[in-house]
Ligand binder design. Structure first.
Ligand code: AMP
Ligand code: MG
Length: 435
């Protein structure tokens, strides 16, 4: 039996960052950029207005106020998307819309609210002039050419995670595609003679296969592409046949068939078709976890496909997925933050640790007066999938302890928090006002 850390290190040592692929920018969301992006243009491309108002020379507004407006002659109007035709000479102004290029001569924009345009309109006054109601500084409400991005600048660096804002930056540069690390294809295979697919009636003695769906959903959630291989039966032959269908995947994930029972065959398949890297991890739930590789021949060369054999119990398979499959998928995607964000919380129940394994207890996390609290979701049996469905986090009870008492501080992995939140700052900060 090896520790959780040793097991994770082993799993990660068998997976590599995948190759880049070029695709439409919207399809790149959540993936890691595999090229440096330099800007071919200035953004904005021209000096332009940040407000609807009047483009003026700042000097012409000197001394202007609501009680003593300065009148300027309106020599034109520019909408966003058109180019100015008039110059702003001393004593004149051009009506301008947000995003429209600043006319020559102008160096500031007075927003409509600081002019008498509304009162002129309502009193059917002379609109060939405009009253400026305040003094403005040079540059007010002007967005300068290249102030966001200058031509030639390195805008997005290789390795950057593409979020909606980066997708928008790519679009503003006129990029329709980008090169990113491709998503891993992960084959999913549930095993067990008792399993029935969800679209079939349930005969006596059988259960619906839920692991395929939790595992496939987790693969999606962490950025992989699940390939469901149907249900394998409890024989080496059935399992081998099914696994053969998934050998072009980047990783294989099975569930069930790894514990000490008579029908535990994932290990046999690993031993026969590849090699076992480890079996059994010092954790609860999830002890009978198997990991190894299946050998295959691809273009005349031997290749190894990593296989993670999750335990069949639905909670065990989810907890082990979180600890090992999730980081493996993130590594293949080229991501650097592999750790689930963790917080420190005050546990509200006693949890006994009777056999020196690391317990991952399903907890509901609440925050009260600046402190996090974690209480058990209820019965913690590894077949009780609702204990996961009700959980916000996994509270870690170390293997070195005989348990924790209500009021003790525990570390909690937050199941729905993104790995992109820095784990270190989270662990130290949330326990505000600790006494
Ligand atoms: P095993 O690891 O194959 O010994 O299975 C342990 C427990 O998990 C048994 O009660 C199985 O019926 C259950 N189990 C195994 N595979 C699945 C699955 N795909 N969906 C739901 N329960 C499962
Ligand atoms: Mg089984």
């Amino acid at each position: 039996m090896i520790s959780v850390e040793e097991a994770l290190e082993k799993v990660l040592s068998y997976v590599e960052v995948l190759e880049p692929e070029e695709k439409p920018i919207l399809d790149c969301l959540g993936q890691v950029l595999a090229e440096d992006i330099y800007s071919p243009i200035d953004i904005p491309p021209l000096d332009n207005s940040a407000m609807d108002g009047y483009a003026v020379r700042d000097g012409d507004t000197r001394g202007a106020s609501r009680s003593s407006p300065k009148d300027l002659i309106v020599v034109g109007e520019i909408a966003a998307g058109s180019l100015p035709t008039e110059e702003v000479k001393p004593g004149t102004a051009v009506r301008i819309m947000t995003g429209a290029p600043l006319p020559e001569g102008a160096d500031a924009v007075v927003q409509f609210e600081d002019t008498d345009e509304v009162s002129r309109k309502s009193s059917r006054g002379n609109l060939s002039q405009i009253g400026i109601l305040c003094q403005v500084e040079k540059g007010l409400n002007v967005r300068y050419r290249g102030e966001d991005i200058a031509k030639g600048e390195l805008v997005l660096e290789n390795g950057k995670l593409l979020r909606p804002s980066e997708i928008g930056v790519l679009a503003s540069l006129g990029r329709s595609t980008a090169t990113v690390i491709r998503r891993p294809i992960v084959a999913v295979l549930a095993t067990g003679d008792e399993l029935v697919n969800i679209d079939q009636p349930l005969p006596p003695g059988k259960i619906h296969d839920s692991n395929t769906y939790t595992v496939a959903a987790e693969i999606f959630r962490y950025g992989g592409i699940p390939r469901i291989l149907d249900i394998g039966r409890d024989s080496v032959l059935s399992l081998t046949e099914k696994l053969d269908e998934g050998l072009d995947a980047d990783m294989l994930i099975t569930s069930g068939g790894v514990s000490l029972g008579d029908y535990d065959i994932v290990k046999d398949v690993l031993a026969k078709r590849g090699e076992i890297a480890f079996w059994t991890v010092c954790m609860k739930p999830g002890k009978p976890l198997a990991f190894g590789v299946i050998n295959k021949i691809e273009q005349g060369r031997e290749k190894k496909v990593p296989l993670l054999g999750l335990p069949g119990n639905p909670v065990s398979s989810m907890v082990t997925f979180e600890q090992f499959a999730r980081p493996a998928i993130l590594k293949m995607l080229g991501k650097e933050n592999l750790a689930k964000p963790a917080i420190q919380a005050i546990i509200e129940d006693d949890v006994r640790n009777t056999d020196g394994r690391r317990i991952f207890a399903r907890v509901i996390v609440t925050e009260r007066e600046g402190k996090y609290y974690a209480r058990l979701t209820g019965p913690q049996g590894s077949g009780i999938l609702t204990s996961m469905a009700n959980a916000d986090g996994l509270a870690i009870i170390p293997e070195s302890t005989t348990g924790v008492k209500a009021g003790d501080i525990v570390q909690v992995q937050m199941l729905d928090w993104s790995e992109e939140m820095s784990a270190t700052s989270l662990i130290s900060s949330p326990l505000k006002g600790e006494d």
